[in-house]
Design a protein around this ligand. Structure first.
Ligand code: ADP
Length: 440
């Protein structure tokens, strides 16, 4: 079975093709036969298309950035044309799975895409303006190129749909509940995948585990999972709530927003400040990328630079040194806030669970920053959580980084959202097949 996965970001489009054989899913994520990505932030008026195949073919080119649908059409063509061709014709693809960010309260599981589902994704665009319209464009681009192929929507909110009301409902006026203003949570595909993978790696049933999954990428969120169900999460009505992120603030006192609005700040400006000019980027002034923020701290010859400049009588040198010093201290502050918020939010999830068996780190920062993992875990030594610092420093993939006598198993897991989406396509298709055979 050939399953194509489409994963739309606000300014990117990723896609991959899996080829599954037999009637059993493999235990481990297989390597996609073909992977492609469009980046619309690359250059004004143009987008960058990158393609690679399991056989080692690579394509990197610029395409017109006119619209997403056209971009996806160009991207799809590399499946059956040119040096990266892996299938003979579009109709070789059996199913397409889409990551859809917001499924609201209606969609608590993956679903076949129908006109009604498309309508719901469009209606929910008000709650996920940067993502749901992009998801819909992906679905429509597929329809335009492949006709009436089977398509599946896998929702980022679905895993959180069971969160109890006490954790999901905001203590605002009760009308909010009727207006659908509640905690939906996001990154659900990643949290659910990591839950299953953690149980598999530990060889324990999920029903016996209390798990906190830390998805720390550009966007960051935690999920508290008991008996295989998510019971609490840090993202909320929108992906702006909770932890400090790359450019997003995470939770802030809502009174600050009222204050800024009264000061004359426009809604658009407030949106920009909270979503694009906050987080690691906003505080450090260096970057939204954890690597660069850490590098700015490490370069803290800054103060000495200021001194040297002053001694030389070189005013510019002094200014440069002071600027570098300020940059380093802002970068350090950004790291301190990031870790403080991560620790306190893990503490909140821990309280929701009433204990902890497994702590999982995943996504860009979670998988690659040994320093962030060690700093987060340090606060939980009182529980008997013991990190194996040597293993942690190795940044292992899908392995334990806690000591054998640690009371909490700490794992680094490489998140596989695309594979999780492909598995959902396979599952729905198998269910349909068994229904069809029952009908017969
Ligand atoms: P997204 O949330 O966009 O899917 P990722 O999960 O790939 O992103 O995470 C991207 C982030 O991961 C980068 O912005 C960077 O902050 C962080 N990151 C990647 N590699 C490292 C590393 N070696 N050390 C620290 N942080 C890293």
């Amino acid at each position: 079975m050939k399953i194509l996965v489409l994963n739309a970001g606000s300014s990117s489009q990723k896609s991959c093709l899996y080829e599954l054989e037999g009637d059993q899913l493999p235990d481990h994520p297989p390597t996609p036969r073909w992977q492609a990505q469009i980046d619309w932030t690359h250059r004004s008026g143009m987008a960058e298309l990158k393609v690679k195949t399991a056989a080692g073919q690579v394509l990197q080119t610029e395409i017109s950035a006119s619209d997403r649908e056209q971009g996806i059409t160009d991207l799809l063509a590399t499946l059956w044309q040119g040096s990266t061709q892996v299938i003979d014709r579009p109709s070789d693809i059996d199913i397409i799975g889409h990551r859809v960010v917001h499924g609201g309260q209606t969609y608590r599981d993956s679903t076949w895409i129908t006109a009604e589902v498309k309508g719901a994704i469009a209606d929910l665009a008000a709650l996920a303006p940067a993502h749901n319209p992009a998801n819909l464009q992906g679905i429509e681009a597929i329809e335009a190129v492949l006709g009436t192929v089977q398509q599946v929507a896998v929702f980022d909110t679905a895993f959180h749909a069971q969160i109890p009301d006490a954790a999901a409902i905001y203590p605002g006026p009760y009308e909010w509940v009727k207006q659908g203003i509640r905690r939906y949570g996001f990154h659900g595909i990643s949290h659910q995948y990591c839950m299953g993978r953690a149980a598999q790696l530990l060889n324990r049933p999920v029903e016996q585990l209390r798990i906190i999954t830390c998805h720390l990428g550009n966007g960051c969120s935690l999920a508290a999972i008991r008996n295989g169900q998510c019971i609490d999460t840090t993202m909320g009505f929108t992906p702006l709530d909770g932890l400090m992120m790359g450019t997003r603030s995470g939770a802030v006192d809502p009174g600050i927003l009222l204050h800024l609005l009264r000061q004359g700040c426009s809604v658009a400006d407030l949106d920009y400040q909270l979503n694009k000019a906050s987080g690691l980027q906003g505080i450090s002034g260096v970057s939204n990328d954890m690597r660069q923020v850490m590098a700015a701290v490490a370069k803290d010859g800054a103060k000495d630079g200021a001194k040297d400049g002053a001694e030389d009588g070189a005013k510019d040198g002094a200014k440069d040194g002071e600027a570098a010093g300020e940059q380093a201290s802002r970068a350090q502050l950004a790291l301190d806030i990031y870790v403080h918020r991560l620790r306190s939010s893990i503490g909140a999830m821990l309280a929701s669970l009433g204990g902890l068996d497994v702590l999982v780190f995943t996504a860009g920062v979670g998988e690659h920053s040994a320093w962030v993992r060690a700093a987060a875990c340090e606060a939980f030594q009182f529980l008997g959580l013991q990190l194996d610092l040597v293993r942690n420093a190795e940044n292992p993939e899908d392995q334990l980084i806690s000591t054998p006598d640690s009371t909490v198993s700490v794992l680094v897991i490489h998140t596989e959202e695309d594979w999780a989406i492909a598995r959902e396509c396979w599952r729905l298709s198998a269910e349909k097949g068994s229904l069809a055979s029952t009908d017969a």
